[in-house]
Design a binder for this molecule. Sequence first.
Ligand code: FAD
Length: 643
Amino acid sequence: MLHPQSFDVIVVGGGHAGTEAALAAARMGCTTLLLTHNIETLGQMSCNPSIGGIGKGHLVKEVDALGGAMAAATDEAGIQFRILNGSKGPAVRATRAQADRILYKAAIRHRLENQPNLWLFQQAVDDLTVESDGQRERVTGAVTQAGIRFRGKTVVLTAGTFLDGRIHIGLQNHSAGRAGDPPAVTLSARLKELKLPQGRLKTGTPPRIDGRSIDFSQLTEQPGDLDPVPVFSFLGSASQHPRQVPCWITHTNAQTHAIIRSGFDRSPMFTGVIEGVGPRYCPSIEDKVNRFADKDSHQIFLEPEGLTTHEFYPNGISTSLPFDIQLPALHSMPGLQNAHILRPGYAIEYDFFDPRELTASFETRAIGGLFFAGQINGTTGYEEAAAQGLFAGANAALQARGLEPLRLGRDQAYLGVLVDDLITKGVSEPYRMFTSRAEFRLQLREDNADARLTEIGRGLGLVDEQRWAAFNRKREAVARTAEALKRCWVNPSVLAAADAERLLGKAIEHEYNLADLLRRPGVDFNGVVAVAGAAGVHLPVSRETLAAELGETLAATVVEQVEIATKYAGYIGKQVDDVARAAHFEHLKLPADLDYSQVKALSFEVRQKLGRHRPETLGQASRLSGVTPAAISLLLVHLKKGR
Ligand code: FAD
């Protein structure tokens, strides 16, 4: 294997964004270099060892549908899996897994080391080389701490929390990228020199506990879903999972809150030492005690960090209070009276870049060929980072080959919602994904991420032969099964009233096909198969025939698809109509040279905003803050007049 002198794509940073970016570009056939501080920390989980959850699980499935690594690595590393919102509608059902952080890192590293076209290199990147073609600056490569230069047609920067990172524990603070890792100070200064707009954000993490010092007899056990154990990847199976273990629940109390309050005067957040804004949806324990003063207890989940370590992650008490407050606060909780802290909790402040200065392909507007992905764009979370990484990596690869960028609509993917939210609205606090951010969420389910995206991924070269074959097998089986239900008719003369009542809750009054009967509340696929059996009509499919043909896991997903598509056909159809109605304006291109200052019908503020952000479509323009529906109508009139 000859090491190339220059690369199609250089990815800086080996976190969740960087690893997916590098894998994506390499899968697409581009010579790719992943440059990172430390090969040992590839795929490291900086905070809690868990993947997925509501909104986030949706992103993981989308990454998987596009051939990415996160879901498959989680299947190999997950020590507890759960389906959240299992009793609610399919749009908000989500998979969450507790991962063994050592196994997770190993699974990611294995994929990186075995990916054709991908080279790894350990060294801090201190500089980006930029050349001007007279019109616009363009990135040409990266320079490491030791002065080693790499040339790249495109560069994807995924520096996470490392840019000018500063760790705070009480009023003490020091420079770091995260605990135990160096910050990226020189690169941060270089990016400021390049005039890429930036701000400061912060995030925090709880102290970690030695499990040998926990009294589990005082805690409530929380097992995962065991029958069946969920899987993350569309190609995954529960047989890949390591041993499954429970989590545990304790809670804070009035004494804990009093101890926490006694540290407020030395809290870097409350004393103004930290200026960066933290995630509203993931507040520190001091924030919770302060904001919800009337609540005298908060639930804390004790999550194992792995099968080969005693380390536990207490989810819900992220803190930057001084260590002498963290320890007694922990000791005041049931089961933790003798807890030994292995690593103190801390907050980290870091630079992020205003994502409104990115195009819809995540290329910076200021510097051609330079793409940003992950926490650097103002997001928080592994899943958000991975999804952005895959997207930016694919777009960097497409640009390196002179091809059109990948764009995903808000109606196609949570990834489309994520990109659009970031580039149109920017962030005022760390952005995390929620299902409520998607207006077409009945369409954007976890279970159909493959149906939405795998074909697109295949067209780009992101999806390999094995995934494509499995996807087609499933797609064909879903279509065949749904068709079989529509073609199978039963009427009162063949279905005895007693059987109908037992299987359907009431007798049938006229002829129905099985798809119609499946739409009835409380009736599932096995139920209509039993109806066919009782009526003595031939139905060529059943759970057993599908399992014999496709295996248990795939058969279960085929049945699930048929059930959801049939039961929700009315709502899904309406949403498809809504998307189609909105599509014309959503995708209407705004001329790249449109001089907004001349659109006099618009207010000065709106003209300024549109001129500054230069949205590519009318849909993007409509989501800029302060751009009202009335302004969009005026813009439309202006565009029509110009034709
Ligand atoms: P990271 O995972 O940070 O990876 C960045 C990578 O880039 C690292 O490998 C680093 O070594 C490398 N790198 C950086 N600069 C350079 C350089 N100049 N040269 C070479 N390599 C470089 N998320 C949540 O969802 N919930 C939480 O509660 C939460 N709490 C957090 C608490 C803390 C203290 C931290 C640090 C993070 C927390 N996160 C949390 C965020 C989560 O860790 C990130 O969102 C996620 O890891 C971002 O992925 P990334 O790939 O963008 O960056």
